[in-house]
Ligand binder design. Structure first.
Ligand code: ATP
Ligand code: MG
Length: 183
């Protein structure tokens, strides 16, 4: 799946609506310290369903909402939209009725997160599954954070296997089996 566009508003330092077109091939993000490079990658993880504040370098999930600056008040909500080129219809069943998938996550203070795919409200789990099946996802090995390489080298076999399963795109199957066993 090709991510073709990322839009943010009120997300961390991106207080004003920001629209980024992602070209095919390799993309590099460059800029001075503190300009928001890591925030962009976190926005991608977040819209794919990341729910651990620590991954977002925060204490609580609402810490992703623009917290205010000297001249600007804090925001009440943050929203990130990810456009996915689905012209090859590689998305899982149920998501394959259009050429573009538009995944939106919005968090409102005191009201939590809401997700939409192509304007249809969905659950967090649906979005997580969508990306798990496509072997992208918030925990995907396609997003390599600082320190992760040495972590992989030092990892115990079980943890290393989990990473390989994510890369192979089969972790969604395990999640479903686990849920089926609980029923
Ligand atoms: P480096 O090159 O040092 O890694 P970077 O380009 O990755 O820097 P980020 O870490 O993405 O920069 O951005 C940090 C900036 O985002 C800081 O100025 C921080 O104050 C701001 N920031 C983070 N969360 C929020 C928030 N909730 N509200 C407002 N600003 C925020
Ligand atoms: Mg950074």
């Amino acid at each position: 799946m090709h991510f073709s566009r990322l839009r943010l508003t009120g997300f961390k330092s991106f207080v004003d609506p920001t629209d980024l077109v992602i070209a095919e091939g390799l993309t590099g993000i460059v800029g001075p310290n503190g300009c928001g490079k890591s925030n962009l990658l976190e926005a991608m993880r977040w819209v794919m369903g990341e729910n651990r504040p620590s991954t977002m370098r925060g204490a609580g999930m609402e810490d992703v909402i623009f917290a205010g600056a000297a001249s600007r008040p804090a925001r009440h909500f943050a929203e990130v939209t990810l456009h996915i080129d689905n012209s090859r219809r590689l998305a899982p069943a149920g998501f394959n009725d259009s050429d573009t998938l538009e995944v939106v996550r919005r968090i409102t203070r005191d009201a939590g997160s809401a997700y939409k795919v192509n304007a249809r409200e969905v659950r967090a789990r649906d979005v997580q599954m969508l990306f798990a099946d496509a072997s992208t996802g918030a925990h995907s090995p396609a997003l390599v954070s600082q320190g992760q390489i040495s972590e992989l080298i030092r990892a115990r076999p079980k943890a290393r296997r989990r990473l390989l399963e994510e890369a192979a795109g089969i972790s969604g199957l395990y999640q479903r089996r686990h849920e089926a066993e609980l029923k």
